[in-house]
Write a new protein. Structure first.
Length: 216
């Protein structure tokens, strides 16, 4: 049987045109890059190598901030992208305020800003200029626990305890906002605080006791 050899594909004008276009595009990219490098001052290249751009940005991009946290005034010079949560935890070492979801969905980071509850993970620190911040560490009066803290202990309003600080801060605000008139209302206005251990009935009982006792 005679073996038939496959024929070589003859390049068409379209193939040659595409190959020329690709080669020309690569040449332009390379020549543009070389031109840019050649025109860049040596001082700029050296600064980039030593990361001076990052160092200068770290200096000039910082902003001043003045806050009162748990009754104490503080002055800061910080990156404007820092959240209130990170400021409290990393700069002031007030770690009672927890970082949970970091998206404003769990409520573990709840603090009071001028008496209003706020998810500190969603609040840029610089937007709180001159405001009064209260964290779980500032809720007690010295060694005397806040009535809500005592009620949580009495009613076992926690298990692992990770969400407890946020739950307590929200519970105090819930009563002050006038949203603790019934169990259903308490559940509704505490729904932004998640307890993965499922201690919700005990949390509701603690809030009811403080509300009914007028201790908030």
């Amino acid at each position: 049987m005679q073996q038939v050899m496959p024929r070589k594909k003859t390049p068409t004008s379209a193939d040659e045109s595409n190959q020329f276009t690709e080669t020309r595009r690569d040449f332009l990219k390379q020549s543009s890059l070389l031109t840019a490098i050649a025109l860049t001052p040596a001082s700029v290249i050296k600064a980039a190598d030593e990361k001076w751009d990052q160092k200068f940005a770290g200096i000039f991009e910082k902003v001043s901030l003045h806050l009162e946290v748990n009754g104490t005034k503080h002055d800061f010079l910080l990156d404007p992208r820092v959240t209130l949560l990170d400021l409290l935890r990393e700069e002031l070492h007030l770690t009672g305020t927890k970082k949970g979801c970091d998206r404003g969905q769990c409520g573990a980071c709840t603090v009071h800003v001028n008496g209003m509850r706020v998810n500190s993970c969603l609040s840029l620190a610089v937007t709180n200029e001159g405001k009064k911040i209260t964290t779980i560490e500032g809720l007690a009066n010295g060694k005397t626990l806040h009535p809500m803290q005592e009620a949580f202990i009495k009613h076992d309003g926690f298990q692992c305890g990770y969400c407890t600080s946020g739950q307590i801060m929200s519970a105090v605000a819930c009563i002050k906002e006038g949203h603790a008139g019934s169990e259903d209302e308490i559940r509704e206005f505490m729904s932004g605080n998640i307890c993965r251990c499922g201690a919700y009935p005990n949390i509701v009982n603690a809030i009811k006791e403080v509300k009914e006792g007028g201790l908030s």
